[in-house]
Design a protein around this ligand. Structure first.
Ligand code: HSC
Length: 693
């Protein structure tokens, strides 16, 4: 079957693209579009040409899998194909349904006109892959919508709806149906008979632009870039569109694109793109997901309320259950306040907020659970309490219902043992705030059935979450590894670093927040109380070096942002170094007999992240994660690991596993047995390869 179906509708040639799943512009598709264009131009009966894609996708862009292979450059290369469309003697109209992204929108920009159905979306998301639009997008888009709007659209990578695209001038009309609308538009252009000025030759939106526009853009874009190379190069290219002749601008863009294509950042981000998609697939799982139409959340605290919002935002009716009527009322009020804030901020339209609030009902009695398909429990982290709740849920819900727990620390199998349906018990670990954070870590218990796993994996997707599957162990994937990051950060304080230095290094690396700023935000009490409970229960890891610093901050009433002081002192939201914290740190060093020293930033970076990689190797080794990519996906979405550094596992392999091992052996082994090098890491470091799979 051809990747382009060529047909004739009266005097219009229609090129219908058919390159599943997403009409990526592979060498074959580019070639076939080029041939269709030539055929239509050679046919005297054809007066105009229309390009249409599928119902969900016009074109998703260049074929990402071709990057780094000769196929990417096979003639016609994408930039040349766009020039061919623009040079067509007969006008070409793009009829967009679904998404026109990246190279897909660039193809449309090479056409004489673009029409789209109301549900279509267009965008230039290359920035998310560490790239810039390299087929003329940075040169043509500003000529249609002006440099400022173009910079915003290309540096954000946003997919914008057809109505906004029309208002901006990206498309020419919104139509009922892509094919028919494009054909009608093409006929109208022919009938009108006026010469169509190709987008690349238009000048009105790019002439006489004040250079201050670009200086301002560099300042804002540079601040948000957090070490990414592409955003500032995009500004350079849009400026070139306003200052250079069209073909010089294209050459400028092409050179910047080539630089990015060759960069580590692009490689990491393309790796990450595929890892995120791979994470949805559970090796060996063949079961079909069960339909989930009615859900309930148990516990109306911050987590429970946030999870209820996630369901409602996805259009699922949800019952928020709390046996305490006052807590329920408070939880519902918080949810409404959250929606009011996002409406005021402009991030949620009023109608959407109203609809979501309308989908959330409240109940104080488990009788409300009689017709649910799935329940998520989100109460306090106490095993006895969870077991009582699960036993009650087992009675109150229909026998087909899945019982999920949002625990971040407790044993799923122990919770499942309180029910008569352990096959339907599973972990759904949302990150806080649940309605904001992208990650959903599903946790497989030893008895969770394939259907249960398939259902929560599909649910994650339906909820718009990035979903990974973890095995059942202390901390699952993400939190289990995080302990080594926050733990080593405290040891560094004892040895001579300051919270500011450690956070500065972590943030320069690309983390949105250093470990101490993060601790202050989450609340120092959280970790300290869990640790003390475990110490009392005798379940702390054996032989662990214990830093007293966070415990002493807690005892001094320094709980973090919520008390105005923690590792830092806060003035408003500004964090400032604090003498009391330093006195606590220095006392800890003295008591441990450690002579404080100046620790180089490079050492801090290694020690913050390499023990994390080591634990990641253990997570792989014991099957808690199926693939290194799943771990990376969890860290990028759970803790904001910079995706342009792939994820901890990708980064570790890039830095070199032998080097990671050397650091782990030198500095972490002394912290306790669980910090010792992973056998897998030892083996791979010796073999000199990357992670398996
Ligand atoms: C680009 O266009 C560069 C150009 O500006 C310049 C090029 C110049 C070249 C010069 C010479 C070098 N390619 O996400 P889904 C696969 S950069 C290949 O699960 P959804 C995906 O892996 C590109 N494969 O579906 C998955 O495969 P699996 C800019 C692609 O409905 C399957 O399709 N464009 C692909 O949730 C389904 O995908 C973008 O960044 C691609 N471009 O979302 C858009 N896109 O089934 C990237 C998807 O085997 N794509 N696949 O796992 C997306 O954002 C989403 O996939 C969609 C669909 C919104 C299209």
């Amino acid at each position: 079957m051809s990747v382009v179906n060529y047909s004739i509708d009266g005097d219009i040639a229609v090129l219908a693209l058919n390159n599943p799943p997403v009409n990526a512009l592979s060498a074959a598709l580019r070639g076939a579009i080029g041939e269709g264009l030539a055929r239509a131009n050679a046919d005297a009966a054809v007066r105009a040409i229309v390009i249409v894609g599928g119902a969900d996708t016009f074109i998703a862009g260049a074929d990402i899998a071709e990057f780094g292979t000769p196929a990417a450059w096979a003639a016609p290369a994408l930039p040349d194909l766009v020039l061919m469309l623009e040079a067509s003697a007969k006008p070409v109209v793009a009829g967009i349904a679904g998404v026109a992204l990246g190279g897909g929108l660039e193809v449309a920009l090479g056409c004489a006109a673009r029409v789209a159905v109301a549900s279509a979306k267009v965008g230039l998301p290359e920035v998310a892959l560490g790239l810039l639009p390299g087929a003329g997008g940075t040169q043509r888009l500003p000529r249609l919508i002006g440099p400022e709007a173009a910079i915003e659209m290309i540096t954000s990578g946003k997919h914008i709806p057809a109505s906004q695209a029309l208002a901006l001038g990206v498309i020419d009309a919104v139509v009922d149906r892509a094919r028919e609308g494009a054909i009608a538009h093409a006929r109208a252009l022919v009938a009108d008979g006026r010469k169509i000025v190709p987008v690349l030759e238009r000048t009105d939106k790019v002439s006489g632009i004040d250079p201050a526009v670009f200086a301002a853009a560099r300042a804002t874009v540079g601040k948000k870039a957090r070490g990414r190379l592409a955003p500032l190069k995009i500004v350079d290219c849009v400026e070139a569109a306003c200052t250079l002749a069209p073909h010089e601008g294209l050459a400028f863009e092409r050179a910047r694109f080539a630089e990015l294509l060759a960069s580590d950042q692009r490689e990491a981000l393309v790796y990450y793109f595929f890892a995120e998609r791979e994470a949805r697939k559970v090796p060996g799982l063949v079961a079909q997901p069960m339909p989930v139409n009615r859900v309930a959340v148990i516990g109306s605290g911050t987590m429970g309320g946030g999870i209820a919002m996630v369901f409602a935002n996805a259009g699922l009716p949800v019952t928020l259950v709390d046996i305490n009527p006052e807590a329920l009322a408070k939880g519902r009020a918080t949810i409404e306040k959250n929606y009011t804030t996002s409406v005021a901020r402009g991030s949620t339209p009023q109608a959407k907020a109203d609809k979501a609030i309308g989908l959330i009902s409240g109940a104080t009695d488990y009788a409300a659970l009689a017709d649910v398909d799935l329940v998520v429990e989100a109460v306090f982290e106490k095993m006895a309490l969870k077991k009582t709740i699960f036993a009650a849920l087992d009675h109150a819900t229909p026998s087909h219902a899945i019982l999920a727990t949002n625990t971040s620390t407790l044993d799923i199998d122990a919770i499942a043992s309180a029910t008569t349906r352990p096959d339907k018990v599973v972990g759904t670990h949302f990150f806080s705030p649940a309605n904001v954070m992208k990650l959903l870590e599903n946790v497989r218990g030893k008895a969770s059935s394939p259907e249960t796993i398939a259902t929560v994996m599909a649910l994650g997707r339906a909820l718009g979450k990035v979903t990974v599957l973890a095995g059942n162990c202390d901390g699952f994937i993400a939190n289990r590894m995080l302990q080594y990051y926050t733990g080593e950060a405290e040891y560094l304080l004892e040895e001579g670093a300051t919270p500011e230095q450690v956070d500065r290094v972590a943030e320069a690396f690309g983390m949105p927040m250093g470990p101490f700023a993060m601790g202050d935000l989450a609340g120092i009490d959280v970790g300290v109380l869990i640790r003390r409970e475990r110490a009392a229960a005798g379940t702390l890891p054996h032989g662990e070096r214990v830093s007293p610093i966070s415990g002493r901050l807690f005892d001094a009433g320094r709980l973090g942002q919520k008390t105005g002081k923690g590792y830092y002192r806060y003035e408003g939201r500004e964090r400032l170094p604090d003498a009391e914290t330093m006195a606590i740190i220095e006392a800890a060093s003295r008591e441990a007999g450690i002579e404080r020293r100046a620790i180089p930033d490079a050492e801090i970076e290694e020690r913050l992240f390499m023990p994390v990689v080591n634990e990641g190797a253990k997570v792989l080794e014991d099957g808690t994660a199926a693939r290194a990519g799943d771990i990376d996906v969890a860290w990028v979405n759970g803790y904001g690991w910079p995706a342009h550094k792939g994820g901890p596992m990708w980064w570790g392999a890039r830095v070199g596993l032998a080097k990671v091992l050397a650091v782990v052996e030198r500095v972490s082994a002394r912290n306790g047995p669980r910090w010792a090098a992973s056998a897998l890491l030892v083996r791979l470091a010796k073999e000199g390869g990357g992670w398996p799979g």
